[in-house]
Design a protein around this ligand. Structure first.
Ligand code: GDP
Ligand code: MG
Ligand code: K
Length: 298
């Protein structure tokens, strides 16, 4: 009997902030690539995570949230997200089942009406609802859009994630294995390192430092002794934010560096030396040139 042909393709994950997109990605990929945080919009660029099995390879794009206009960065993110959706084999539309259908979900559904790509509705966080609550919630969503599939899951616990992968497989064409099976991201390691540093800052500063920070890797090289040397700059908008990030006698910056270094060492599998700098760049979010410098271009 002929063996089934290998399938492959690209799949985008969309959903409003905090519905669990990064958690799902991490569960599937099994490695800390997509960045998690309780704060919305941690994932600013699209991150490719690659899932490979004997039958298929799925390249996931964790798209930045589609959301209302705030700044040029917001515009950029919206455009990138929408362009992505038209180019993939399927879209996973993740929602928070426990929170119910909100304005943010409706906004995304309106955008989805403009694309032809099949959309799989993924009802996440089912661990937070009673089974009998599920059907009425599904009905609410079905009234608004004709979903190709509807799959309830818990990304956190891993419930039903295999079913989701099977459903995704239905929409993939026959295709080659794009990436070696041990490769989980095609993103430059530098980007992932910068995101890990950003994640630590957001976690450690809580509400004090808003999303107006950016991290760039200025230098990354392997020293003769095998240690990877990384120099990173944290950009903030105001002097006060610089003070917060540095902390008393540099204590917070030290902590950021320590936590980021541990994650980056796990990721790269080698010892690293991490140097962090904090610089003030006023209103960087609205300066297109700086956005380009920071790598926000396509
Ligand atoms: P994103 O903004 O969509 O990427 O959301 P995250 O993946 O960062 O998740 C936001 C929060 O929801 C985190 O605190 C996660 O631990 C939590 N979360 C994600 N998936 C689940 C789930 O299936 N069940 C529960 N109870 N919490 C979840
Ligand atoms: Mg995320
Ligand atoms: K988040």
């Amino acid at each position: 009997m002929a063996k089934n042909k290998f399938k492959s393709g690209f799949v985008a994950i969309v959903g409003r902030p905090n519905v669990g997109k990064s958690t799902l990605m991490n569960h599937i990929i099994g490695q800390k690539i997509a960045i998690m945080s309780d704060k919305p919009q941690t994932t600013r660029n699209k991150i490719h995570g690659v899932y490979t099995s004997e039958e298929m390879q799925v390249v996931f794009l964790d798209t930045p949230g589609i959301h209302k206009r705030q700044s040029k960065l917001g515009d950029y993110m919206n455009t990138t997200a929408l362009n992505t959706l038209g180019e993939v084999e399927a879209v996973l539309f993740l929602v928070d089942t426990a929170e119910g259908l909100g304005g943010g979900d409706r906004f995304i559904i309106e955008r989805l009406k403009g694309i032809r790509t099949p959309v799989i509705l993924v009802l996440n966080k089912i661990d937070k609802v009673q089974p009998e609550e599920l059907l009425p919630i599904i009905e609410e969503y079905r009234k608004l859009y004709e979903f190709a599939e509807i799959v309830p899951i818990s990304a956190k616990l891993g419930n039903n994630v295999n079913t989701l992968l099977e459903q995704i497989g239905k929409y993939l064409p026959e295709g080659p294995q794009y990436y070696p099976e041990d490769q989980v991201t095609d993103h430059p390691e530098q980007f992932v390192c910068a995101e890990l540093i950003r994640e630590k800052i957001l976690h450690l500063t809580r509400e004090e430092v808003p999303h107006s920070i950016a991290v760039t890797i200025e230098d990354m090289r392997v020293e003769d002794n095998g240690v990877v040397y990384i120099s990173a700059v944290i950009f903030v908008e105001r002097d006060s934010q610089k003070g917060i990030i540095i902390g008393k006698q540099g204590s917070l910056l030290k902590e950021i560096g320590k936590l980021a270094r541990q994650d980056i060492e796990n990721l790269l599998g080698s010892k690293i030396f991490l140097e962090l700098w904090v610089k003030v760049k006023k209103d960087w979010r609205n300066q297109e040139r700086i956005l380009r410098d920071l790598g926000f271009h396509k």
